[in-house]
Design a protein around this ligand. Structure first.
Ligand code: SAH
Length: 367
């Protein structure tokens, strides 16, 4: 079968040009673009002729992402979704409800090749990059899902690129995706409501800063020095903390936005008071915020989590040193909320082919 063209990856101008190449007049561009950003498939594009819809179906894909399963937390309403892509691969997402809106955690790759020792997403390596259209498709699928729910006016208002994958390892598609968010007639999500999390790919952090987008940069630091960081993250062998922090200072200068450091606490590794003091010293004078996360122990991994007391003590040291710090709200604890865990639980760590069914786990709801 011929590859079908993914229309969700295009901006309005590109879509209009593509439709033109198929013999459709220019005014169709706006119509089809609006339908796609409303999460509609060709059959639902009611202002197109039946003939046009049939032709489009043969050559193009409107919605590249479908929700295959979802699980809702009974604790806080967080919804974990497993998406299925056109080629049968799966990635996951998390919908979180906050006072300020609905936040969606987006995946940028199927799997990940960064190899962090505590993370479930990287267990099977990287299968492939997602396209910009697929990243947008994750939002469109969730918006459609919310529309059909109890609060039908709920829509994704905030996006965090913190699902599976390393966003800066798929740089061009991620930038294209971010630009699609602010297209006229599209979903029009402000880039101020977007956070991008990286394990610290230094050259790409500079590239991102030069884009001058008002995106919040989050850096998975997780350690106060390179020795500890190397035990947790192989990428620490390539980029030392000094270079990461220098890139962060550049990002702050270029964008005017503070950087957020993520720090997953693990007993016996990085969670002692000494570590907190060393971290405070590293971050001294920087326009930043620290997000503490009790490490969510993944069964295939050896790193442990920490007690509440350890988190509190670590936090106190940072506060004493005037570093802005919060503890990340743990959401969806009952639904394998951490990165890659739902996919790993459902798929046994392997990408799913369409032939593989949802074996084993009785409590997943089919959509
Ligand atoms: N690759 C990017 C984004 C994906 S991971 C990055 O490294 O930042 C999103 C965040 O979840 C990162 O801070 C990551 O280190 C963290 N994370 C992954 N697995 C975790 C676990 N088991 N417990 C706590 N945090 C975890």
């Amino acid at each position: 079968m011929l590859e079908r063209t993914e229309l969700a990856a295009m901006n309005r101008e590109e879509l209009t040009a593509w439709l033109g190449s198929q013999g459709h007049p220019a005014f169709r561009g706006k119509q089809v673009f609006e339908w796609i950003h409303r999460g509609r498939d060709f059959d639902e594009m009611t202002n197109l002729s039946k003939d046009m819809r049939e032709k489009l179906k043969e050559t193009a894909v409107a919605q590249p992402v479908k929700i295959r399963l979802h699980r809702k937390s009974s604790l806080d309403g967080t919804i974990k979704v497993l998406y299925e892509l056109q080629d049968g691969n799966c990635v996951e997402g998390v919908v979180m409800y906050y006072k300020y809106g609905v936040s969606l955690c987006i995946s940028t790759q199927v799997g990940c090749r960064m190899g962090c020792r505590f993370c479930a997403s990287t267990l099977g390596g990287r299968i492939r990059d997602l396209t910009a259209g697929e990243m947008l498709g994750e939002i469109l699928a969730v918006n459609r899902f919310l529309e059909a729910g109890d609060n039908s006016s709920d829509r994704v208002s905030h996006v965090v690129l913190m699902g599976s994958g390393e966003p800066l390892d798929n740089y061009d598609q991620v930038i294209r995706f971010l630009k699609l968010l602010r297209e006229e007639d599209g979903i029009r999500l402000s880039l101020r409501n977007v956070s991008l999390s990286t394990c610290g790919l230094v050259p790409k952090m500079y590239d991102l800063a030069r884009e001058k987008m008002p995106v919040t940069l989050c850096v998975s630091l997780h350690a106060p020095n390179d020795e500890i960081r190397r035990q947790m993250m192989p990428i620490a062998n390539t980029y030392p903390i000094r270079d990461i922090l220098e890139a962060c200072r550049f990002y702050i200068r270029e964008t005017g936005r503070r950087v957020v450091f993520e720090y997953a606490l693990s007993d016996g590794v990085n969670a002692g008071r000494k570590d907190a003091y060393e971290l405070a010293e590293q971050l001294h004078g920087m326009q930043c915020h620290v997000n503490l996360i009790p490490l969510n122990a993944v069964k295939e991994r050896t790193l442990k989590g920490v007690s509440d007391r350890t988190v509190r003590e670590f936090m106190q040291v940072l506060e004493e040193k005037h570093i802005s710090v919060t503890r990340r709200r743990e959401m969806g604890d009952d639904i394998e909320g951490a990165c890659g865990q739902l996919r790993a639980a459902v798929l046994g760590g392997h990408p799913c082919g369409p032939e593989e069914s949802d074996t084993g786990e009785g409590s997943y709801e089919e959509v």
